[in-house]
Design a protein around this ligand. Structure first.
Ligand code: SF4
Ligand code: SF4
Ligand code: SF4
Length: 252
């Protein structure tokens, strides 16, 4: 009878039960400082709580959430964000007037999570810029040596596109606030950056342009095309550099 029950189980039920079983026998690593970027609201004991149900993935209006595959071992079928492919939009929609509007009262992924593995967070920019550090996704860091704004006084896409603009991403470091004669000098305030990855996604300095246009299937993104010649100069001049110019890393 039990065997028949397992056979009839759909994929989601199977993964739920398999996850619970692995947790029960203590195989799953419960490591609060893994390097995977989780959706916003992931608690310290995320892995112990996540039952791999897929609700967050289905609820995300931007398809930002992906699931780890079998190569992740015991973390298989847990949600993550790859900002270079699709960042988290913080459940905001940008209108033609350039202003963001929340599309839901709470961030959708945390709202539907049945176990609280993702905490429910009010979808308000002041709240999002000040959520407790342990439930942020990560923090963005800029490499000024290969940033077009810092090197050539152009770009600033990360600043303009940050959903927490002027809170998480500022147009210049506090120490340079009086130098009004320069363009954008993007500066991340780690106290407010939630790690959504939008800056990472829009930054045109994310791959060696010369290599990517030669690759058969490579299509340049809008931002990469727009700044292609400058990026080519910059990466050529800088030699072997670690791209992109702005990346989200896990807070440790
Ligand atoms: S906050 Fe919204 S956009 Fe971001 S991962 Fe969650 S559901 Fe998707
Ligand atoms: S990750 Fe980048 S875009 Fe997102 S809040 Fe931080 S600075 Fe802004
Ligand atoms: S998007 Fe990238 S290159 Fe442009 S200002 Fe930001 S970090 Fe610099």
């Amino acid at each position: 009878m039990a065997v028949m029950e397992w056979i009839r189980m759909d994929r989601r039920d199977f993964l739920k039960r398999a996850g619970a079983f692995l947790l029960f026998i203590g195989i799953l690593p419960i490591n609060p400082v893994d390097v995977i970027i989780r959706p916003p609201g992931a608690r310290r004991d995320f892995l112990a709580r996540c039952i791999r149900c897929g609700e967050c993935l289905e609820a995300c209006p931007y398809d930002s959430i992906r699931f780890l595959d079998i190569t992740a071992g015991a973390m298989i079928h847990t949600p993550y964000i790859d900002p270079l492919k699709t960042p988290c939009y913080l459940c905001q929609q940008r209108g033609h007037d350039g202003k963001d509007r929340p599309i839901s009262r709470y961030l959708r992924c945390g709202e539907v999570c049945p176990t609280g593995a993702l905490k429910k967070i009010v979808n308000n920019k002041d709240v999002l810029a000040n959520v407790p550090e342990e439930i942020r996704m990560g923090v963005s860091v800029i490499n000024r040596d290969i940033c077009l704004a810092w090197q050539y006084d152009v770009c600033g896409e990360c600043y303009y596109n940050c959903p927490l603009k002027d809170m998480a991403m500022k147009d210049r470091p506090p120490s340079e606030s009086l130098r009004e004669n320069t363009g954008i000098r993007p500066y991340v305030d780690p106290k407010h950056c939630i790690g959504c990855g939008m800056c990472n996604y829009v930054c045109p300095v994310k791959r060696h342009i010369a290599e990517s246009v030669m690759a058969r299937d490579a299509r340049l993104s809008y931002f990469e095309e727009r700044y292609a010649s400058m990026v080519r100069n910059l990466t050529g001049r800088a030699g072997a550099v670690r791209l992109p110019a702005v990346r989200v890393i896990k807070r440790l």
